[in-house]
Design a protein around this ligand. Sequence first.
Ligand code: C5P
Length: 218
Amino acid sequence: PTEQVLAGKTVTITAGPTREALDPVRFITNHSSGKMGFSLAEAAKALGASVNLIAGPVSLNTPTGITRIDVESAEQMQQAALEYAVQSDIFIGCAAVADYRAATVAEQKIKKQGDEITLTLVKNPDIIATVAALKQSRPYTVGFAAETQNVAEYAQGKLVNKGLDMICANDVSDSTGGFNSDNNTLTLYWKKDRLELPHSSKKELALTVMQAIAEKIK
Ligand code: C5P
């Protein structure tokens, strides 16, 4: 049996994409499958944690024994994340949050117009940076970074700029992992430490990531 290294701990994880409405029938989103976040939730549960999984629109089954909170937009995800983060020992931002949303959501379906139309987008809140900046009840905060170049440099930059305790970076220019794949290659970064994990399934990686976190918060 797996050693229950997260017994008594509460873990909150964001997963999947967000969906930003343009009008009642259209939205902006991305290709995140949610697989990595759902695998982390399953791994945390297997290690004895109590798990909250805040999920954007994905087509994945809920792992047994975890609490799933379904959201659509980044703003909804932010609200749920803050509510659960302050009750958690560990917060993991695995969601691919849309960077921008429509400045105004049209109440009626936008009509076909001329040959060009302009959409005005405004920046979404950075959910994980908000959690990491909590002054009270701040959980151990872990981010993800998908990069196509200078992986180490950009990941370490995000670790510092977002105020995280740890970041898991993957090279998405490598076609053997990343979005939608069942496999991935991750390197874990802390301010003064790093750990390169061998290419493997998201399920195996999730267990290793959760065990590494358990070791750090011990
Ligand atoms: O800046 P970038 O989107 O590359 O950062 C990725 C990390 O930040 C992930 O952990 C992601 O879940 C989190 N994030 C967030 N809110 C945003 C954008 C990213 O929590 N608006």
